[in-house]
Design a protein around this ligand. Structure first.
Ligand SMILES: O=C(O)C1CCN(c2ccc(-c3cc(CO)ccc3Cl)cn2)CC1
Length: 325
């Protein structure tokens, strides 16, 4: 049996912060942010934590599928901004949903987190052991952003999106995949750095819980390594950019999408985009984009379309899934 995406959902905190709003708390401008990133606003939590956003997604998935919470076998939450490192955000979601028979765990792969999690979940489903699973990307990045750093704080937002996987005879869902990481360049995007600080350790550096980014390094990595990853994964599925219906890439920067489309010689209109509304929501960006595409009827969940899901970011991590959806 195979895993099939039977429902998608997304949720973002009600509070919207526009570029204009940011100019009131830091030295930036709507023009700079919009021209350099494509971002016009972002959702910022006032009192909801990551597990609250993820739970709202889980509730919608259960309502759409009419599944009882007891029928859920596993919950994976991809996040770099968990409520805590323990308990996992996934286990908090499990409790809030009443999914008493599920096993739950978080997965950390920054902006590729949802891609890695969907690939892992697909293997749990094709094992034949599990019948119903929930995969969510959820972030409250406003907790880890350094709001005194205008270079990074204007880029990120809060939100969650996810999918319900159910076992099905129709399949496979993943026509091909290629997941990558390179820890040797991991220092270009970090957050939540903690160091040995016991009475018996020679404390070298202090903890630094803020998100830190070498924008130039990440931008160059994305433009150089990601198109190659997309093309090699399409090759594995014996597909080419013309036979792909839509490309859903991590929503970090609209100029990156322009460059990607040119590099793989695909029509830019196939590259769905919503960072203007959400900013960069790391692991949540792809599932939010997918959920909005289904809500608008662009993507139909009837098995007739082929889409490419590609994440890239901290870790460094990147990866592509070619999905029959
Ligand atoms: O134009 C400028 O001066 C600046 C140049 C730097 N910029 C960047 C750089 C990197 C990212 C980014 C971040 C992540 C993390 O999720 C993943 C993937 C990417 Cl490509 C986003 N923006 C903003 C505009």
């Amino acid at each position: 049996s195979f895993g099939k995406i039977t429902a998608v959902a997304h949720y973002a905190p009600e509070q919207v912060v526009t570029n204009e709003d940011l100019t009131k708390v830091m030295d930036t401008s709507d023009e700079w942010i919009k021209s350099r990133t494509g971002i016009e606003q972002r959702h910022i939590s006032s009192n909801e934590n990551t597990s609250d956003l993820a739970t709202k997604v889980g509730q919608q998935l259960l309502a759409q599928s009419k599944l009882k919470p007891e029928a859920i076998d596993f919950i994976i939450v991809a996040t770099i901004s968990p409520d805590a490192s323990m308990p996992s955000t996934a286990s908090l979601v499990q409790a809030k949903l009443g999914a008493v028979n599920a096993f739950a765990f978080d997965l950390t792969a920054a902006c590729s987190g949802f891609i890695y999690a969907l690939s892992v979940a697909d293997k749990l489903m094709t094992s034949g052991v599990y019948k119903n699973g929930i995969v969510i990307g959820a972030e409250v990045l406003s907790k880890v952003v350094d709001w005194s750093d205008r270079a990074t704080s204007v880029l990120f937002g809060d939100g969650a999106g996810g999918v319900l996987l159910q076992s099905s005879a129709q399949g496979p869902m993943l026509l091909s995949e290629s997941l990558k990481s390179d820890g040797s360049r991991s220092q270009s995007l970090t957050s939540n750095l903690t160091q040995p600080n016991s009475p018996f350790s020679k404390a070298t550096q202090a903890n630094d819980l803020f998100l830190k980014m070498d924008g130039r390094a990440i931008f160059d990595f994305a433009v150089r390594d990601v198109p190659k990853n997309i093309l090699e994964t399409l090759e594995k599925a014996e597909l080419n950019p013309e036979t792909v219906d839509y490309f859903l890439l991590h929503q970090a920067n609209s100029r990156i999408l322009d460059k990607m489309a040119r590099k793989i010689k695909a029509n830019r209109s196939k590259f769905l985009q919503n960072m203007q509304e959400y900013g960069n929501t790391s692991a949540a960006s792809i599932p939010i984009l997918l959920s909005e595409a289904v809500a608008s009827g662009t993507i139909k969940l009837d098995g007739t379309q082929k889409i490419v899901l590609t994440g890239f970011g901290g870790g460094l991590t990147w990866g592509t899934l070619v999905v029959k959806i």
